[in-house]
Design a protein around this ligand. Structure first.
Ligand SMILES: *Cc1c(COP(=O)(O)O)cnc(C)c1O
Length: 363
């Protein structure tokens, strides 16, 4: 066996849905093959179901979740626009960085890492912002921010929501919440390898799109013709679709829809509860005190005093084949981040992690 195979074929619990693995093993279609175009159409329909939207412009952007973030800002922010950004974690910080690079005047609304952002503070931060941006599920802290009140109170602003870690794991309702632009990623709760950024855009937002954004690759005007027949001429070549990744996403979304979106959310919820209760029984402290704002799919737990953070994670991986995340950004070294996402959100994985962590910590 070659080293790459040995490294990648561990029996760890982080395998994707079997349907996804099978899709990646099938012959690769040409990117203009009618069968691929049908697959892309169906993928976009499945994405609409997951996002809870009827937005015509819904597509997997080529690139990881951050490409969805970049596409959202480059197509809807003009130099000098005021953009209100909620920041209670690393990904809110990243939004500020991206917005500033595209010339926005950023009005930051900070909340403590580990606490949700009060929607009223975002709505009152500026009298007439062009856009309000917030992360739904902060993967760096395990906090869920409220979206519905922002849709109700946004007035003339566009509402942009990062749904990278929420899509497929907790309730998401783009149309019901009046979200104008939302993006996600494949490798979080969709259980598909990284490489695509599902994006959905309302008709209201499309009406305010930047005509010639500074990115050619992420220009939604060009991408619209790549995903939909916009002028009765069929699809227009823009860039080569990453066909294997689209096939994997199609299969992963199919598995989720077949399971039932409510079922999948309930599975994430019950794993989150089992994990969070189990961690408390081990005498560990959770970062997020407000239970109703805790994500089930990403749990942050404080590294106990006197414990070697990296050594514990190394031991979990080498002896038990379980990977947990280190703290990110200003929580580096202070917390562990335990993901229970997509296909990994299973009771047996949670029970195995709790038993292993108990052994490693000697509790
Ligand atoms: C992972 C993540 C991103 C970035 O996605 P990449 O796939 O790493 O580019 C953005 N926002 C949130 C909330 C994330 O969890």
């Amino acid at each position: 066996m070659r080293i790459s195979d040995r490294l990648l074929m561990g029996p760890g619990p982080s395998n994707p849905y079997p349907e996804v693995t099978m899709a990646l093993g099938r012959p690769i279609l040409g990117h203009l093959d009618p069968r691929f175009l049908e697959l892309l159409d169906e993928t976009n329909d499945r994405l609409r179901q997951l996002f809870g939207t009827s937005n015509r412009l819904t597509l997997p952007v080529s690139g990881t979740g951050s490409a969805g973030m970049e596409a959202s800002f480059v197509n809807f922010v003009r130099p000098g626009d005021t953009v209100v950004v909620g920041v209670n974690g690393l990904f809110g910080e990243r939004m500020c960085d991206v917005a500033v690079r595209h010339g926005a005047k950023v009005v930051r609304v900070d909340a403590e890492w580990g606490k949700p952002i009060e929607p009223a503070r975002l709505l009152e931060a500026h009298p007439h912002p062009a856009l309000i941006a917030v992360v739904h599920a902060e993967t760096s802290t395990g906090v869920r921010n409220e979206i519905a009140p922002l849709g109700e109170g946004k007035a003339d602003a566009l509402l942009l929501v990062d749904m990278v870690t929420s899509l497929g794991g907790i309730d998401v309702a783009v149309d019901r919440w009046s979200v104008d632009i939302a993006y996600s990623g494949t490798q979080k709760c969709l259980g598909v390898p990284p490489g695509l950024a599902p994006l959905t855009v309302s008709a209201r937002a499309l009406g305010r799109r930047v005509e010639r954004p500074s990115s050619w690759y992420l220009d939604l005007g060009l991408l619209a013709g790549y995903v939909n027949d916009t002028a009765g001429r069929g699809r227009v070549y823009h860039h080569t679709a990453p066909v294997a990744m689209v096939a994997a996403l199609h299969a992963g979304l199919g598995a989720l829809i077949e399971e039932g979106l409510d079922q999948a959310r309930a599975r994430h919820a019950s794993c989150g509860t089992l994990l969070q209760e189990g961690l408390a029984e081990l005498g560990l402290e959770l970062l997020v005190s407000a239970e109703q704002h805790r994500l089930p799919q990403l749990t942050t737990v404080l590294v106990p005093a006197g414990v070697d953070d990296a050594a514990v994670r190394r031991e979990l991986l080498s002896t038990y084949d379980i990977e947990i995340g280190a703290g990110a950004g200003r929580l580096a070294g202070k917390v562990w981040r335990i993901g229970c996402m997509g296909h990994t959100a299973r009771r047996r994985n949670v029970l195995a992690l709790l038993a292993a962590l108990g052994e490693v910590l000697g509790r």
